[in-house]
Design a protein around this ligand. Structure first.
Ligand SMILES: *Cc1c(COP(=O)(O)O)cnc(C)c1O
Length: 366
């Protein structure tokens, strides 16, 4: 009998839907102005880098990490003023928290629901966990379509609903009345993803008191700490205790715990960077709003969504890349994002380079 090679084994044993899936693609940004992934553009100041080096140097690499990340959890609580009544769960990025949430509620007939367009990980992680995912189109002004959400809730009976607020990639907050309408209609756990809280005019912790089916998810990724992969979930400790049971032991490595603690001890530095990004967003928005060749939406996040009127977003994206500026082209995804580009707000000089590259491409294409 012929020996089976790895391809035979893979074809027999790996799920067909997994084999049919394309790997998650991250564009190569070497040497470019990188404005495609909502990163904070600023490095830590030199004195903080040295302090980080000292703390990391003495970390006990031979030991497993503190499984509860006790010091870091306390530091997150105090930095972000989290009410002691709420429990907190740390994840290796919000991505891992999304995975724990879905894994924790999934079972036969389970369905996860989110508006669309929204954060792609809600759909991808559902698929990876073999859980049905349903989406409800946002209105053309990117607000929640409450009647359609109610109908989808009635029809699909989701157990888990994700609402990114501010939403990615549209940049807006959903209005509070429609969030409440969804919370009230849902016979489900509702998770508000506040990844862009630092750039927004509103948070949702006050709703935790009113809605016991609500949890709030956040991340340090957009605050200048994307490399650490650190997200957290807050809400009623009875919810948190259950999801904590399916958290992989030691999911937050010691180096990440140490580095995050150093950064949060000096949170004023990150906060000042964030405020500069917000003021840059206002400056770039004024420029883009005055540009008759495109539409630019208002944003509560660290990016702006734009739609060229005449030029092709794909061609503009490729042309900007040739000019050394990497942004995100959203054309071909959701119909509401047809011909749209997402521009992450970077440092002032990066934003100038981005505006110049965009201007040159719009000029050359019309
Ligand atoms: C960027 C982003 C996150 C962050 O994910 P991490 O895994 O914490 O880096 C979460 N939610 C939304 C909507 C985002 O845009």
């Amino acid at each position: 009998m012929r020996r089976r090679d790895a391809a035979d084994w893979v074809n027999t044993l790996v799920r067909a839907d997994v084999r049919a899936t394309a790997a998650y693609h991250v564009a190569d940004a070497r040497g470019m102005v990188k404005l495609d992934a909502m990163e904070n553009p600023f490095a830590l100041p030199a004195d903080l880098q040295s302090l980080l080096g000292e703390r990391v140097a003495t970390a006990a690499l031979n030991r497993y990490p503190d499984p509860q990340a006790t010091a870091l959890s306390a530091s997150i609580r105090s930095t972000f003023g989290i009410d002691p009544r709420w429990g907190i769960l740390l994840g290796n990025g919000s991505d891992e928290i999304i995975q724990m949430l879905i894994a924790g509620v999934s079972g036969p007939g389970c369905c996860v629901l989110a508006p669309a367009p929204s954060f792609v990980m809600f759909r991808l992680i559902s698929q990876w966990l073999n859980v049905r995912f349903e989406e409800v189109a946002l209105r053309s002004d990117f607000q929640l379509d409450v009647p359609a959400m109610r109908e989808a809730i009635r029809l699909h009976r989701p157990r888990l609903i994700f609402l990114a607020c501010p939403n990615n990639p549209t940049g807006n907050l959903f209005d509070e009345a429609s969030l409440r309408a969804v919370l009230e209609a849902a016979d489900a756990l509702v998770v508000i993803d506040e990844a862009y809280l630092a750039f927004a005019s509103r948070d949702h912790t006050a709703l935790l008191d009113e809605y016991p089916n609500l949890l709030i998810m956040r991340t340090l990724s957009k605050l200048g700490l994307a490399a650490l992969r650190l997200g957290y979930l807050i809400g009623d400790p009875r919810w948190i205790a259950e999801f904590d049971k399916i958290r992989l032991p030691y999911n937050i490595g010691t180096l990440n715990q140490v580095a995050a603690a150093v950064a949060l001890e000096h949170f004023a530095v990150l906060d000042a960077q964030t405020r500069l990004i917000v003021s840059e967003r206002a400056r770039v928005f004024v420029r883009l709003q005055a540009d008759a060749r495109l539409h630019c939406w208002q944003s509560e996040a660290n990016f702006l969504l734009v739609r060229p009127h005449a030029a092709s977003a794909r061609a503009v994206h490729a042309g900007m890349a040739r000019r050394g500026v990497l942004v995100k082209c959203l054309d071909g995804g959701h119909p509401l994002l047809a011909n749209c580009l997402r521009l992450t707000i970077g440092a002032p000089a990066e934003n100038d380079a981005m505006l110049a590259a965009l201007d040159a491409e719009l000029a050359s294409q019309s």
